[in-house]
Ligand binder design. Sequence first.
Ligand SMILES: *[C@@H]1O[C@H](CO)[C@@H](O)[C@H](O)[C@H]1NC(C)=O
Ligand SMILES: *[C@@H]1O[C@H](CO)[C@@H](O)[C@H](O)[C@H]1NC(C)=O
Ligand SMILES: *[C@@H]1O[C@H](CO)[C@@H](O)[C@H](O)[C@H]1NC(C)=O
Ligand SMILES: *[C@@H]1O[C@H](CO)[C@@H](O)[C@H](O)[C@H]1NC(C)=O
Ligand SMILES: *[C@@H]1O[C@H](CO)[C@@H](O)[C@H](O)[C@H]1NC(C)=O
Ligand SMILES: *[C@@H]1O[C@H](CO)[C@@H](O)[C@H](O)[C@H]1NC(C)=O
Ligand SMILES: *[C@@H]1O[C@H](CO)[C@@H](O)[C@H](O)[C@H]1NC(C)=O
Ligand SMILES: *[C@@H]1O[C@H](CO)[C@@H](O)[C@H](O)[C@H]1NC(C)=O
Ligand SMILES: *[C@@H]1O[C@H](CO)[C@@H](O)[C@H](O)[C@H]1NC(C)=O
Ligand SMILES: *[C@@H]1O[C@H](CO)[C@@H](O)[C@H](O)[C@H]1NC(C)=O
Length: 814
Amino acid sequence: MPAIIWTFASFLIITMKSFAEKEFELCVTHSYGKKDLSNHNLTEVPTGLSLNTQYLDLSHNKISRLESNALVGFPQLCFLKLNNNTIQYISPMAFLHSSRIKVLNISNNLLTTIPDLSLPHLRILDLSGNLYSSYKLGSCFARLTNLKFLMLGGPNIKEIKLGDFACLSNTSLKHLSLHSDLQQYESGALAQIQSLQEITLIMSFCQRFDMFKAIVMDLNQTETTAIRLNPFFPRYCQISSDPFEGFKGAQFLRSIIFVESWFNSSVMVKLLKNVFQSTLEELSFIDIVYYEDTPDGVQFYPTHNQTVHLRSLTFNGVQHLQYSYPKINISVTYLSQLAYLKFSGTGMNISPCNLISDIPSLMMLDLSNNLLSDDGFWWPACSYTKVFPALRQLWLSHNRFVYLSFISRKTHQMMVLESLDLSFNSIQLDGECSWPTHLMELSLSNNNLGNGVFSYLSPHFRRINLSKTGITAITQKDLSSFPNLTHLILSSNSIQVLPMNLHIPTLLSLHVDQNAITSISQEPILGLPRLQHLKAGKNPFSCSCESYWFVTSLSKSLLPDWPVDYTCSTPPSFAGASLEEYKPTKPSCLPWLQASIAVPVVLILVAAFSITFYACDGIWYTKMLWVWIRVKRRGHKGAGRLQNASFRYHAFISYSQHDTMWVESQLVPRLENVGLSLCVHERDFVPGRWIVDNIISSIEDSYKTLFVLSQNFVQSEWCTYELFFAQHRAISIQDDSLVFILLEPIPANCLPKKFLKLRALLCKQTYLEWPKEERKQQVFWASLTAMLHGADKHLAIKKVATDIVDTLPLIADQ
Ligand SMILES: *[C@@H]1O[C@H](CO)[C@@H](O)[C@H](O)[C@H]1NC(C)=O
Ligand SMILES: *[C@@H]1O[C@H](CO)[C@@H](O)[C@H](O)[C@H]1NC(C)=O
Ligand SMILES: *[C@@H]1O[C@H](CO)[C@@H](O)[C@H](O)[C@H]1NC(C)=O
Ligand SMILES: *[C@@H]1O[C@H](CO)[C@@H](O)[C@H](O)[C@H]1NC(C)=O
Ligand SMILES: *[C@@H]1O[C@H](CO)[C@@H](O)[C@H](O)[C@H]1NC(C)=O
Ligand SMILES: *[C@@H]1O[C@H](CO)[C@@H](O)[C@H](O)[C@H]1NC(C)=O
Ligand SMILES: *[C@@H]1O[C@H](CO)[C@@H](O)[C@H](O)[C@H]1NC(C)=O
Ligand SMILES: *[C@@H]1O[C@H](CO)[C@@H](O)[C@H](O)[C@H]1NC(C)=O
Ligand SMILES: *[C@@H]1O[C@H](CO)[C@@H](O)[C@H](O)[C@H]1NC(C)=O
Ligand SMILES: *[C@@H]1O[C@H](CO)[C@@H](O)[C@H](O)[C@H]1NC(C)=O
């Protein structure tokens, strides 16, 4: 049963406009394929546009001729609008190079003949509003085998001749629209278009109802099912005969649509009489004027038993010019088959409840776009004995409904209601709602509701439309109360992010387009295992790694609006670009991949550095740097003190532990025996002080510094000295205060390269070699002692000087 409902609804919705819109969607596959140059004062088709142009709008310009080369630069062109120009001439070769055109609109131009067009793919052609004076189509139309929809017409056409449409006889044309003020119709002309399913006649038939009857007869031959009449009756029209006689014999006719017509109630009664006796199933009135010229309005009661076929009745836009409610009294038996009723755009504020609610088979009721309020629809004066026994879908959008809790209680009366549309009202969340279990679909879109709306909905809902309801954030908790949810529409809100823990196992379709979403990550989508449609376009996408998964991994077949509606907003360098063109590179966006590349690189660098460091004595240099820093600090602190230093020791002796034997058994006893005071590295160092500080203060306190040089010393001890000799100015050590004793021969070029200072000193400085022979040793001791005794003279002079300085202030005072 629901399948029948939908074919009905969709049949009604197909109008000429949506026809072209559908083709537009088929034609334009890239946002850059669309070019709108309408209203640009152009006098010819511009050149130099993209070769990829699929849609070109040149309407409302001043183009007057279409020469043979005009469209050479558009091999991909599929949709071309040239309406509202001043085109008088179209070269037969003009479309040779753009033969892919499917939709061509040349309406409202100045063509004086119907042009020859060889466009094998053409599906929609609009040539209406031109100056040709005959509908006679050239033989080339026989080759437009894909043509489905043809619009013709103009002010200069007065008649239709028998052969005019002959060449369409073997085509697959489905819909023909003729717009002209006809005086003459040669019977049989339209009967030649054998495939014709639908016809639109934009003309008035007042006083020419016989012509209308002839057309209807011809359409019986082509088995045409739908007629659209605009306006049919102008405002003033003397109607004596029955204009609708033809309907009775038109046994294939299913649908009649009256657009912008005038209906007097007397004429309406005539129409209904014919309709109820025919096989017509759909009757529509769009933007009509209704005028009651009979005292009782429309009264309609059965006189005898008959089968009524009417299944769909539409009033969409009714102007009622009198200050009274229209009187309509139609027996429900005439509406016994009625499944669809639309009563929209009528200004109705009180529903004719006892009539509408009694229709036994009514499944779909559309009362949108009226002035109904809660009380106007559920009018307290109505009895509601049998309320909408078969109603499944109810549209109440664009009205004045307010109280959601009231509405939720009233829906319990409609025993099989499944779908309710309350969009575009003034709905308030006034209190707890109680929805019937059979109601499964609700639209509350375009009401100002906010984030709390979810707690007013029913757990039985499967389809929820909350587009433009002021939602700023959604949580998994909100959505977990709908175990059977299949369609969730959240378009046009201000949602910034989909919850990471989103989990709706039943969801098939999710719309979050036109929100504030900058990226869609994998986690929420993984929580929707059955998802088939994800509409997420027109969001301010960030063309950065955040969108990496969405762009590269998400199946684009899920996205009905990809790629046209997806553009980047940030970063500024990408703003306005198509998200499809953003091609992030894999390593730059995947942290683990980045890490797995970066870690080995860092390791290699570290290893390379370490090897270099080791090879170039990096450790030693680092140590030296530390010493240097300490020395520098100490040097600044002690600078003043050092100037006036007097010596405590004749010599400070520095040596390697390996040479302790010699130092303790030979050097120290020898020198101390001759009365020299010594500071010995290990013996006299202040415990707990840093070794460098100890060394420095020992050097400062000593007249000479004695280095016992051996291979061991060079290797283990010297490094400590090297640096502060480099800095010797800071601690005022003169080179000549240094004495080197070579315990074993150490050639200068065997010294490590890094000991620059030692090398320099050994080259420049005299040093004492420890001789192996006893005799030579005596000389050694003698020169060493002499060298150290020099200190005494030095110390004496210094003492005198200090004494003078000390007494001077006293003299000055006296
Ligand atoms: C087209 O011409 C009119 C009048 O000359 C001018 O007002 C209008 O700005 C022009 N439009 C464009 C897009 O150049
Ligand atoms: C296009 O041309 C037709 C016929 O001249 C005119 O009625 C219509 O208003 C024009 N459309 C616009 C948008 O100007
Ligand atoms: C062609 O353009 C006119 C506007 O002048 C529009 O009314 C008509 O619907 C268009 N035809 C088609 C088939 O889209
Ligand atoms: C259409 O087909 C019929 C039979 O195949 C043929 O006799 C007739 O000439 C064709 N008409 C046109 C306009 O091609
Ligand atoms: C409707 O009725 C009025 C008044 O009787 C009449 O003047 C007018 O021509 C009628 N119009 C139509 C379309 O029936
Ligand atoms: C309509 O067409 C059918 C089948 O072609 C035919 O039986 C019927 O008589 C026609 N009706 C009229 C009024 O000619
Ligand atoms: C219509 O038919 C029903 C039975 O189908 C019958 O009971 C009823 O009397 C008939 N009404 C008229 C007016 O013939
Ligand atoms: C509708 O018509 C029936 C039969 O003619 C009549 O009994 C009834 O009173 C009428 N109702 C109204 C509201 O005019
Ligand atoms: C969900 O659907 C199942 C199967 O159609 C049904 O049994 C169950 O009652 C539904 N749950 C709700 C809350 O409507
Ligand atoms: C949701 O409601 C809006 C407003 O009534 C409508 O335009 C839109 O098509 C609906 N979306 C779906 C998917 O039904």
